[in-house]
Design a binder for this molecule. Structure first.
Ligand code: GLN
Length: 543
């Protein structure tokens, strides 16, 4: 039977519950236990696929094709394992299941009520995910902040689970302690109130993780312990760090694993966070930079630029840069600027490599195509991810094959040269307005052709990578594009779908576009092979 650890947030959003959850998982894993992690997203949306990435962050795709919250990506990277559909739930998904069951007379004619039937469904899902993963520990991150309306039913599930089996359930409150600049002192009151709000939901936190700019000092530990009824050793200092991969190491300085295990009457079986300690030390000591430009639409809210929508791409660049002994320096480049002022494209020559990540719609597209042309002609390493691959095909068709109006039908449905077009099975879905969860999603196999950059990078012929798209390479143009030098490096096993395009190494140091999203499979100690080689090529061309 699994033990269950709920991770809930206090004071405000964005305090790093996802990283805290993943870090606790990592630590317990390093003590010899099997761990899994679940994310609860309190939105009505059935999945993250229909949520605005500016507000909600990246849509992370699992192997089994679920469109989930970016925290699932954090769990995969920290725990070095695939996390599946069962480990993600939203309010919408839970209600949908309850309503479906009611329609099938699954409640045997009883009145179906918000309580207990909704928390019961939540509990069933948690237990199912724990069982499937054969986990010793199941971490459950409850999205949102205590005291808000949206996550009450999930807290209710935590309360019921604890009441039913107190020895098997713990709650960790991740809180925030502000240091107002005019006062210059770390304040504990918001955390005290967060603990009270949690108490009002019938839950007593067992451990409080105190996020702040600086480490927590003794007087504040004492105060939080006293006012929140938590032992002083269970008040854990969690100051800001440069790299998220330091968080598990910092938590361990406060003996968090010993605290958690002893509450369950357990002991560490082994002790091993060594490889992570080595990595974080290495990161701290890297001096020489690698400059990577990521070209996208700017994701702004008011006066703030948020890069969360590209979190897996960022992590992939970091992991690959560290592997190549470089400090990553990422530049956010706005493709719309290149449309307004093409001379700005020159800034790309400063970069060691350029990435165009996934995207949808027409904003900034011509600027992206101009940037790809610049990278191709000036031999700057280029990595195109999904949309970045499709637009590389459009650019090649236009400027190398002379098909002047070549386009993707996503942008111009009437183009004479639809080099990228909608997948036949997708067309009907769009006509019927069936948008949610209907893209080509999840892991698909791909076969690599010998002698290509990709084949060499992966070191194997058969790979599996995750997809999220509706459009694809139009096979009517295969011959024309290949005649002019486009390399089809990876195809679906039935050869129907073009999954990777490249330029030959003879003509360009590194030019690769993937229809899939390799960024979803990077690991801090095992960078994705394409990112690894992309960075390596960038460093080589600089020399
Ligand atoms: N918009 C493109 C498609 O749907 C690319 C999607 C993506 O980049 N994830 O095919």
């Amino acid at each position: 039977m699994s033990k269950f650890i709920f991770v809930v947030g206090g004071v405000m959003s964005g305090v790093g519950k996802g990283t805290a959850t993943a870090s606790i998982g990592k630590i317990l894993q390093s003590k010899g236990y099997r761990v899994t992690a679940i994310k609860i997203d309190p939105y009505i949306n059935v999945d993250a696929g229909t949520m605005n990435p500016v507000e909600h962050g990246e849509v992370f795709v699992t192997d089994d094709g679920d469109e989930t919250d970016q925290d699932i990506g954090t769990y995969e990277r920290f725990l070095d394992m695939s996390v599946y559909k069962d480990n993600y739930m939203t309010t919408g998904r839970v209600y949908q299941a309850v309503i479906e069951r009611e329609r099938n007379l699954g409640y045997g004619g009883h009145c179906v009520e918000v309580v207990p039937h909704v928390p019961e469904e939540v509990i069933n899902r948690i237990k199912k995910a724990a069982e499937k993963a054969k986990a010793d520990f199941t971490l459950i991150e409850v999205g949102g902040t205590v005291g808000e309306y949206q996550n009450v039913l999930f807290l209710e599930a935590a309360r019921i689970m604890h009441m039913t089996d107190p020895k098997a359930v713990l709650t960790i409150l991740v809180s925030y302690l502000p240091i107002p600049s005019k006062i210059g002192e770390m304040k504990t009151k918001p955390t005290q109130q967060a603990a009270q709000l949690l108490n009002a939901a019938g839950i007593q936190p067992d451990i409080i993780l105190c996020r702040s700019e600086r480490p927590l000092d003794e007087p504040r530990k004492t105060k939080i312990s006293m006012f929140c009824s938590v032992a002083k050793e269970d008040v854990i200092s969690a100051p800001d760090v440069d790299s998220v991969y330091e968080v598990p190491i910092n938590f361990e300085k406060e003996n968090i694993s010993e605290r958690i295990l002893s509450k369950f009457g357990l002991k560490a079986k082994v002790k091993d966070l060594k490889d992570w300690r080595v990595l974080t030390l290495k990161i701290k000591n890297l001096k020489t930079e690698v400059k990577i430009g990521i070209i996208g639409k700017y994701f702004t809210t008011g006066d703030f630029v948020l890069s969360d929508a590209y979190i897996s791409v960022i992590e992939s660049v970091k992991h690959a840069a560290w592997y190549n002994n470089r400090k990553p320096n990422i530049f956010w480049l706005n493709s719309e600027e290149y449309e307004k002022n093409p001379t700005k494209l020159k800034e790309l020559s400063e970069m060691d490599g350029i990435i165009i990540p996934g995207g949808f719609g027409s904003r900034g597209i011509e600027g992206k195509i101009a940037a790809i042309k610049y990278a191709r002609e000036n031999k700057i390493p280029y990595l195109g991810l999904c949309y970045g691959m499709q637009l590389a095909v459009v650019e090649f068709a236009r400027h190398v094959c002379g098909l002047k109006d070549a386009n993707t039908t996503e942008i111009n449905p009437k183009t004479e040269n639809p080099v990228i077009h909608i997948m036949p099975e997708q067309e009907k879905l769009l006509m019927d307005k069936r948008y949610g969860g209907t893209m080509r999603l999840g892991a698909y196999p791909c076969v690599l052709n010998d002698g290509t950059i990709s084949r060499e990078a992966y070191g194997t012929k058969s790979i599996s990578e995750r997809h999220r798209h509706r459009y694809e390479f139009n096979n009517d143009y295969r011959d024309r594009l290949m005649d002019k030098g486009l390399v089809l490096a990876g195809l679906s096993p039935d050869k129907r779908l073009v999954e990777i395009i490249e330029l030959s190494k003879k003509n360009h140091p590194f030019f690769v576009g993937t229809q899939f999203h390799p960024e979803f499979k990077t690991r801090p100690l095992k960078p994705h092979p394409l990112f690894r080689e992309f960075i390596k090529a960038g460093l080589k061309s600089r020399k």
